[in-house]
Design a protein around this ligand. Structure first.
Ligand SMILES: Nc1ncnc2c1ncn2[C@@H]1O[C@H](COP(=O)(O)OS(=O)(=O)O)[C@@H](OP(=O)(O)O)[C@H]1O
Length: 290
């Protein structure tokens, strides 16, 4: 009897999480009609690809490396999430913000409101993305059931049914449009390898002339170790009722190649075969190690 009750409760809890998850996946009514200003900037990523890092770099560039200005509010307040609707129906707060705005999205390019023009897209290799996604599902109490094993996450990625759709379609969609729209396409692995070079590219895209020492300062401010300790950049303002930090941290490892600690040789070989086949028509120079 007790067992039956517990499993009903668990089923209801899981259902609730799934419903909440769907509200994150599907853009809320009105997103496609959102009117961006010419001054707005969109930061687009597949989830767990380095969104928060890119946001912090962009905000630091726009504020010329002024630490205090960048600490004016948490990430999600400074740079709202376009399609975000919380389970209680509240939205990102974007509608009450005046341009110029820096806005985050995980939407695939075909769902991005047409009025956006300037976009910075960051892609991360899918193996590390999936591992990060798996740990995020464990900590985020409104993501699907956390007992999903990372190997199942990997299969879901291959099938294209993780939240926000197929990783392949996502990265390819922005890549193919990068010359039609004004899209700066950056890679997580490149940014880890040479952050000075990549931060300089982003500053040039934003038409900001910054000195070498300011760029170097921004690189330090936005390093994983610095952001992990920064309450305005590490999502520590999200309540424990949403992020269960006993399961995982948002700022978890911030590395390239953590997938090696998760994938068996067999899983890796199967994934590689699939990856090579699906990516053969789109030569994005994504690396799995640096
Ligand atoms: N500064 C910096 N340097 C390197 N890596 C960083 C940085 N900031 C965040 N991260 C890592 O990015 C992962 C979270 O991705 P997102 O910010 O895209 O998450 S979200 O989609 O917005 O929820 C997550 O990756 P994992 O550590 O592999 O889980 C974060 O740790």
């Amino acid at each position: 009897m007790l067992h039956a009750r517990l499993s009903t409760l668990k089923r209801l809890f899981v259902e609730d999480r799934r419903k909440a998850h769907l509200s994150h996946i599907y853009p809320t009514i009105g997103v496609e009609k959102f009117q961006a200003s010419e001054e707005d900037l969109l930061i687009a990523t597949y989830p767990k690809a380095g969104t928060t890092w890119t946001q912090e770099v962009v905000d630091s560039i726009l504020n010329e490396g002024d630490v205090e200005k960048c600490k004016r509010a948490p990430t999600q307040v400074r740079m709202p999430f376009l399609e975000m609707t919380a389970p209680d129906g509240s939205s990102s707060g974007l509608e009450v913000m005046d341009p110029p705005r820096v806005i985050k999205t995980h939407l695939p390019i075909q769902l991005v409101p047409r009025s956006f023009w300037d976009v910075i897209y960051m892609a991360r290799n899918p193996k590390d993305t999936v591992v990060s996604y798996y740990h995020f599902d464990r900590m985020h109490l409104y993501q699907p059931e956390p007992t999903v094993h990372y190997s199942i996450c990997l299969v879901l990625c291959k099938m294209g049914i993780l939240g926000w759709g197929s990783w392949y379609d996502h990265v390819k969609g922005y890549w193919k449009e990068r010359h039609n729209k004004k899209i700066l396409y950056i890679l997580y692995e490149d940014m880890k390898e040479d952050p000075v070079r990549e931060v300089t590219r982003i500053a040039q895209f934003l038409k900001r002339q910054l000195s070498k020492s300011t760029i170097e300062h921004i690189v330090q401010m936005t390093a994983f170790s610095a952001m992990r300790e920064n309450p305005m950049a590490n999502y520590s303002t999200i309540p424990d009722t949403i992020f269960d930090r006993t399961a995982s941290e948002f700022m978890r490892k911030g590395e390239v190649g953590d997938w090696k600690n998760h994938f068996s040789a067999g899983e890796d070989a199967a994934f590689e075969e699939h990856y090579r086949k699906i990516m053969s028509d789109c030569p994005i120079p994504i690396r799995f190690t640096i």
